[in-house]
Write a protein that binds this ligand. Structure first.
Ligand code: AMP
Length: 481
């Protein structure tokens, strides 16, 4: 894939914002550090010091740049927003690193986005046709142009008018010379929380970003809610027609940090329950339960506790390599799996092993890990996956490859088992996932979560996908614009 394809398609990110604190940028850096799992490729902070906007955007980890005193000093101001960004392959050009900033009529405007606009390219084409000059290939830039073009008088009206034109998933934080603004899409697909530190308001993708700075969790920003934080306090708007929330289920399965509470549910507890449901649905005659670390650990604990099969750390993870997914090509990804995990032979040898992972995407990890168990002398390997087969790509800001690269879209269960080389293979059912959420089952008429990865049920229009069916076409469009 070209860089451009990657840049225009793959973003999964974390956002943070704080208003009215003398150390706004330093606090934002800490918050972003806690959100690092949501994006390891680049990070940025924009702060407003009462006179001007100060901006630093860098490739790499938050700690690589934003722990530097000089950098933080340059980010003077009592209000700031920040962003961590993730893309799977290729280099990100700095112009795509967020927060994005523009001087608009009425003052500066910075914005950071987690999610993906499913009509971003369509809007962008219209804007470019109308004379807009785009600086980045990021869909987020569309917001800057829409706000700039709005004829409404007040900033918030202009912002809301822009949101009305956008489809898809967004958790946004925006900063003007007077306000910190947060917004969550009408279905609340991506998470966004409100926190408070010594009377100052904070917005963050996850509660773990509040915990790191000792801030108090106030509440989730609701689906379709816009909050405006200023010297006069906090104001909430509900500009969209009300509808039931459909948060993304994948936040619970893989994406969010286990110590976060997302939409009122502890991610750790949900993951453990997924393991327990899996044990009930798909038991295995085995001697040890072994997680694929780190993401499989809570589900493996749940599986072990529910089944009575002892939990052992049969695979040790090297924490000094990035996530497998970040490796740019399949060949390198395969090496990456070996770099990342090694077998703890003493726990595996001569044993019947139940291996637990949270999900299977391309199947790269599964194949390597099963082989690793065999090489370490496992007598049997029973693979259990704590979510249903991922058969459909995501268009809402979680990185997944196109359909032809998704293992479960290419093979049936027996085909996958044979491909992985496991003695048995089972996935948690869709209703099993809902039971883990404390619900009786998936409501077929009004599903409680966004779960298209397993069901193909996309909850919003997919205007860009319908308009341009291949990623190459998308990339060419972005290039043309
Ligand atoms: P794969 O090797 O392609 O089957 O990927 C599966 C592994 O990647 C699992 O161990 C998951 O924990 C992890 N994973 C699942 N979804 C994602 C994602 N969107 N980004 C990065 N890693 C993921």
């Amino acid at each position: 894939m070209s860089d451009l394809e990657t840049e225009s398609l793959r973003e999964k990110c974390g956002v943070f914002g704080i208003f009215g604190h003398p150390d706004a940028a330093a606090i934002t850096a800490l918050g972003l550090h806690a959100l690092q799992h949501r994006g390891q490729e680049a990070a940025g902070i924009v702060a407003f010091d009462g006179r001007q906007f100060n901006s630093e955007r860098r490739h790499g980890l938050v700690g690589d740049h934003f722990s530097n005193e000089r950098v933080i000093k340059r980010l003077a101001g009592s209000a700031s927003i920040g962003h961590v960004r993730y893309a799977t392959t290729g280099e990100t050009v700095l112009r795509n690193v967020q927060p994005l900033f523009a001087e608009l009529e009425g003052g500066g405007f910075a914005v950071a986005h987690n999610g993906n606009f499913t009509n971003g390219l369509t809007l962008r084409r219209q804007l470019v046709r109308d004379g807009a000059i785009c600086q980045s290939t990021s869909d987020t830039e569309v917001i800057l142009h829409l706000v700039a073009r709005s004829r409404k008088l007040r900033f918030v009206e202009r912002f809301v008018e822009s949101l009305r034109q956008i489809e898809g998933a967004y958790a946004l934080v925006a900063l003007t010379n007077k306000k910190l603004v947060g917004a969550r899409d009408p279905l609340g697909i991506r998470p966004l929380v409100l926190g408070e530190l010594n009377g100052r308001y904070i917005l963050a993708s996850e509660t773990c970003a509040l915990d790191i700075i000792g801030a108090r969790f106030v509440r989730d920003i609701e689906n379709g809610e816009v909050v405006i934080i200023s010297e006069s306090g906090i104001e909430s708007l509900k500009p969209f027609a009300p509808q039931p929330a459909r948060p993304c289920i994948f936040e619970y399965i893989y994406f969010a940090r286990p110590d976060s509470v997302v939409n009122g549910r502890s991610v750790y507890d949900v993951r453990k329950r997924m393991g327990a449901e899996l044990a009930a649905e798909s038991p295995a005659e085995a001697d040890v339960v072994v997680p694929v670390p780190d993401s499989g650990v809570p589900a493996a604990l749940g599986y072990s506790q529910a089944s009575g099969v002892p939990f052992e750390l049969g695979i040790i993870r090297n924490h000094y390599v990035g996530r497998t997914f970040i490796q740019p090509s399949q060949a390198i990804r395969e090496i990456g799996v070996r770099m990342k995990h090694s077998a703890n032979r003493g726990v595996i040898e001569g044993k019947r092993v139940v291996l637990i992972d949270d999900s299977v995407v391309r199947g790269t990890t599964s194949v390597k890990i099963v082989q690793m168990m065999r090489d370490a002398g496992a007598k049997e390997v029973h693979f259990r996956i704590a979510c249903p087969p991922i058969t459909h790509p995501d268009y809402y800001g979680i990185d997944t490859p196109e359909r032809d690269k998704l293992l479960a879209a290419q093979m049936d269960l027996e085909g996958m088992r044979a491909y992985m080389g496991a003695d048995s293979l089972a996935f948690l059912s869709v209703d099993g996932i809902y039971r883990s959420m404390g619900l009786a089952r998936r409501d077929p008429v009004r599903p409680q979560f966004t779960d298209h990865c397993f069901t193909g049920d996309y909850p919003t229009r997919l205007t860009d996908v319908l308009a341009e069916s291949s990623p190459r076409q998308w990339a060419m469009l972005a290039e043309a614009s």
